[in-house]
Design a protein around this ligand. Structure first.
Ligand SMILES: [Zn+2]
Length: 1022
């Protein structure tokens, strides 16, 4: 279509919209570039077409020059980028990129891959146009290729799927904007993360990747795969069939070059010396050694192709050293072909290697489970980092929730043409960096985590500005500006506005696309009573309840609040907010305002709290939870805190490995209860009232908990405070919360989430896809939990589910039992590089952490219908902001809206609006997902149709183009390589979408992504 024709078409489209109230969608009429995806590039020789020819009949040795640049670990991101603090590590990313670009120009045969966009972007922005032009040429010719292409190489255990999608998309969209189709990575490259998740593989498959490579898998798994030549496979990553297939390869030597062949200034291996007059001449011997290595490697792989990772951590700061030696290696090795050598060396990339394998007629083994946990030897299970740095992990999860709300608000501001005073990109990039495999994983040095926290804090501040701008644009009715919007530190129950103001307004923003009931808790000074008015001015019930002494004493808390005001924000609108008006009244005249009643504690007597849905019993002797009755059904459940002593080894051999930031290695298999005798009274208070009931427990000066139930809700909340973990006895401690049920028939089978999304079945002391030798009975059975962990009896009568508010390690070591590790403080390093014990301190003492578990007891069939929505609500807690005021409610409401929403109706119960964000070209990216998997729920697991018709009030959708998950390629242009597997029985659930916009079908667990163009249509406004 010519430009002229296109303009005509565009005019027609707009005209047809303005001449009709009907929503008109013209997918396909608009040129792809107007959908915001750059498809053009300066040449078409990138991608698979740029691969060097391989030689049939030879073992083709694909040399892949690469550098592994951690986005923070021992040094901060900027220290790594600029190369400062060489005393810690000689690593400067800017020199790597400078040097590689120089050396690639010297010889068109050479190849290089680059992975981490956080670094590349920093470098790109510092380059002049002529250098950028050179880089564009190298990219368009496939000589410099982007692989992975996310903002970082994210961790796979402690990350939430929304954050993985976001951090990948951030890098991918910048690549697309800058380099077009030639910048689109085809291969995923997770060479360093400590285990690999099924949901991550699914995400890659949906992002159009043709393959995945990684380095770390369990030592037994690797041994068995090498022997069976199954180092390469097809990973079936979801219930969606072949659309979720991903070719997956395990690297032979992690991501390192063959021993003796690291040609880097950081290494001391011999160069290849080919001057026969030199006494140092060694080329014959070097080539022989190299080919011997290739021979050994090829014996572990199934085809005539092998991939050699030629690089390592921060290598190529002087790329000449590498390329000069590899040029020679290739030349002299290939010269031997005339003498019968079977090896053919070539510069290659992971894409070219995958393309070669795809050309081999072969059926690949099918993998269906995941690669957790990762044991690098019989005593080193990398399961400690599932919990390491629990406060930072919480900050990242909170940041994720805030970012989603912030992107929605940013979109709304863009619709209304209002200015956003905040910069969402700051938070996007901070969150992108935080997903790195040494960031949220908790395996970085203390100074580095502080840098990550500082970046996140800057992002939070920008997002708060966005929230303020949003309310400023949405709420005023008569043009009178909204007073300043304030924010509180509710994680430590601290809030200036509510503690000091006689009247204030609370804005509660719900980022879920359906109505939500939320119990709000606002810290207030004690002694007063309060009246809470809903958006219509109706008085709502509220209850004052004491804040536990342990929360009041949280280090760093500067609040004088002793109570929390609790009320139900009912039916919060989908993607919208309600404002509640709160007024203090010291004379206690208010109705509907309740004080909690404190129950008298009788030693030895059971304590019971009850709502309309749930009854909780605590044993009077032990002080521990003993049963929960839900809807008349009683479940015998005990819950307590225990700790494992961390092993203090010297790391001299596998069996002397210490517990550390990466490794969980308890000294023995027993966890010690917090108190050796249960005679002391653990219960310190029991509070009842119409909205919320609480039992306060005090285990020790460093562990306390509130057991909490709310009216109308069926779960039990366990709100714990753990720390400072005492180490004066020279014993590091790994603290767990253990739930013991009578569901004994669960017997070593339990279920854990994958990045907060899919659910995988786990079996004690067993692995689905290889023969496993139990050597570490506790840590070898730990799995990452980002959302839920449950056990159930085989007939489905009873299920116990625990939901988490951040990433944690968890397991079920005996039938009927669930445990989650909440905190760890250790005195030794585990010798995997971080070189610091995980001994976190804050405010001059050991780190204190507050968190929540949510316990659901139900029958099996109805369980998913309970935990799936609750998991969403825990992750997407409504955002609270506060405005002190002197206005009466009537005046406030005359000036400001007290309720608003961005979408016209809620989406179906099983659908989540995963993303709503605006793009740099004025279009919008949305993602819709089905939140249930096949068979989880009788009704909710069914495919569902969502209509986008009239979803955005006042706007017509002028175009809607479906893209792959990363938003960087149109779905119709995506053609992934096709693979064959020995288990070809799995077919696509659906080969192509038969639905017609705006009515979209979603299969269980499916995510669909669209770029929308919207125009305001005033007549659509109410
Ligand atoms: Zn790394």
């Amino acid at each position: 279509m010519s430009n002229k024709e296109r303009r005509k078409m565009d005019r027609l489209v707009v005209a047809s919209i303005s001449s009709s109230l009907m929503l008109l969608v013209v997918a396909g009429l608009v040129h792809p570039s107007s959908g915001g995806i750059t498809t053009t590039s300066r040449s078409t020789s990138c991608g698979y077409q740029s691969c060097h020819a391989t030689k049939p009949g030879f073992i083709n040795v694909h040399l892949v020059p690469h550098t592994h640049d951690d986005v923070g670990w021992l040094k901060t991101v900027d220290q790594y980028y600029y190369g400062s603090r060489t005393g810690i590590q000689k690593a400067g990313v800017q020199y790597i990129l400078d040097s590689v670009v120089e050396e690639l120009q010297a010889n068109p045969e050479r190849r290089f891959i680059y992975v981490e966009m956080a670094f590349f972007w920093q470098w790109w922005e510092e380059q002049d146009e002529s250098t950028r032009d050179v880089v564009r040429d190298l990219v368009s010719q496939g000589r410099l290729e982007f692989i992975n292409g996310g903002w970082c190489m994210n961790d796979e255990a402690t990350t939430h799927y929304v954050d993985i999608i976001d951090q990948m998309s951030l890098g991918l969209s910048l690549l697309n904007d800058t380099f077009g189709e030639c910048g689109r990575p085809r291969i995923a490259w997770q060479i360093d993360p400590f285990g690999h998740s099924r949901e991550q593989a699914f995400i890659f498959s949906q992002m159009g990747y043709d393959g995945l490579f990684f380095g770390r898998l369990d030592h037994e798994d690797k041994k068995q795969r090498m022997a069976a030549k199954t180092m390469e496979m097809v990973w079936s990553s979801s219930s969606l069939g072949q659309t979720g297939w991903l070719f997956t390869g395990v690297n032979y030597n992690l991501y390192q070059p063959p021993p003796g062949f690291c040609f880097d200034i950081l290494c001391s291996d011999l160069p290849v010396i080919d001057n026969p007059k030199s006494k140092e001449y060694n080329v014959d011997q070097r080539v022989t050694e190299f080919l011997n290595y290739c021979q050994r490697q090829s014996e572990a792989y199934a085809t005539d192709h092998i991939l050699l990772t030629m690089g390592g951590d921060f290598t190529y700061q002087d790329a000449n050293v590498w390329y000069k030696n590899m040029d020679k290696l290739i030349k002299y090795a290939n010269e031997r072909q005339t003498n019968g050598s079977r090896f053919n060396l070539l510069y290659s990339t992971p894409s070219c290697y995958v393309k070669s394998l795809n050309g081999v007629k072969k059926s690949w083994p099918l993998k269906t489970d995941d690669f957790f946990p990762y044991g690098s030897d019989a005593h080193s299970y990398w399961t400690g980092y599932f919990t390491s740095r629990p406060a930072f992990k919480y900050m990242v999860r909170q940041g994720s929730n805030l970012l989603q709300a912030c992107k929605q608000m940013d979109s709304a501001l863009s619709w209304s043409g209002s200015t956003n005073q905040g910069d969402v990109n700051v938070m996007k990039r901070a969150m992108g960096i935080a997903q790195h495999h040494d960031a949220v994983s908790g395996t970085e040095k203390q100074a580095v985590v502080q840098d990550y926290q500082g970046r996140l804090h800057e992002g939070v501040v920008e997002c708060q500005k966005t929230q303020a701008s949003y309310y400023q644009s949405q709420l005023p009715i008569l043009g009178r500006p909204l007073p300043d919007v304030k924010f509180c530190q509710l994680n430590v129950s601290q809030c200036d506005v509510s503690e000091t103001s006689g009247r204030f307004v609370v804005n509660i923003y719900n980022s879920l696309a359906r109505h939500v009931d939320k119990y709000v808790r606002i810290p207030v000074a004690g002694g007063d009573s309060y009246q809470v008015l809903d958006p219509d001015g109706k008085v709502v019930d509220s209850q004052l309840i004491p804040i536990s002494p342990q929360v009041q004493a949280l280090p760093g808390r500067t609040s004088s609040a002793t109570e929390e005001l609790v009320f139900l924000a009912a039916q919060l609108p989908p993607i919208g907010s309600k404002s509640y008006y709160v007024e203090r009244d010291s004379k206690h005249r208010r109705r509907h305002s309740f004080k909690s009643k404190s129950q008298r504690l009788v030693p030895g007597e059971d304590h019971i709290i009850t709502t309309d849905k749930v009854k909780v019993r605590v044993d009077g002797t032990t002080g521990l939870l003993s049963s929960v009755t839900v809807n008349g059904e009683e479940y015998f459940v005990q819950q307590e805190f225990l700790w494992y002593p961390g092993y203090n080894g010297d790391n001299e051999s596998a069996d002397r490995r210490s517990s550390g930031a990466y490794i969980f290695r308890p000294n023995g298999t027993d966890a010690f209860p917090m108190r050796r005798t249960m005679t002391a009274a653990i219960i310190t208070a029991v509070y009842t009232g119409p909205l919320v009931q609480e039992i306060h427990q005090f285990y020790d000066s460093w562990v306390s908990q509130v057991i909490r139930i709310y009216r109308g809700q069926e779960h039990v909340e366990l709100d714990w405070v753990v720390g400072p973990v005492p180490v004066s006895d020279k014993i590091g401690k790994e603290v767990i919360s253990r739930v013991t049920t009578t569901i004994l028939q669960s017997d070593g089978t339990f279920y854990t989430d994958s990045n907060g999304r899919q659910t995988l079945r786990r079996e004690l002391d067993a692995r689905e896809s290889y023969t496993y030798t139990p050597t570490e009975p506790v840590s070898g059975n730990y799995y990452p939990i980002n959302s839920h962990l449950f056990i159930r009896d085989p007939v489905g009568e009873q299920q116990a589910t625990v939901l988490v508010d951040r990433s944690q390690g968890g397991s079920s070591l005996i039938g009927g039992l669930i445990e989650l590790m909440v905190h760890r403080r250790l005195l030794r390093d585990d010798s995997f590089g971080v070189d610091e014990p995980l001994d976190e301190t804050a405010f001059q003492q050991g780190l204190v952490v507050r968190g929540s578990h949510y316990l659901i007891l139900s029958d099996g069939p109805s369980s998913a219908g309970r935990y799936r929505p609750l998991a969403q609500q825990i992750y997407k807690q409504p955002q609270l902001s506060f405005i002190p005021t002197t206005l009466t409610f009537v005046d406030w409401r005359r000036l400001y809206k007290t309720q608003q929403q961005l979408i016209s109706r809620e989406l179906p119960e099983n659908v989540n609006l995963l993303t709503l964000e605006n793009r740099s070209d004025g279009s919008y990216l949305i993602r819709l997902e089905h939140i249930y998997d096949v068979g989880e729920d009788k009704v909710l697991s069914e495919p569902v149709t969502v209509s986008l018709k009239d979803l955005f009030p006042g706007f017509a959708i002028t175009s809607a183009e479906e893209t792959i998950l990363g938003g960087n390629q149109l779905k119709k242009d995506s053609q992934r390589l096709v693979w064959h597997s020995s288990s070809d029985k799995q077919t696509n659930v659906r080969s192509s979408h038969s639905d017609e916009f705006p009515d979209l079908d979603l299969q269980p667990m499916e995510i669909r992504t669209f770029i929308l163009n919207l125009v305001r249509d005033n007549r659509l406004d109410k």
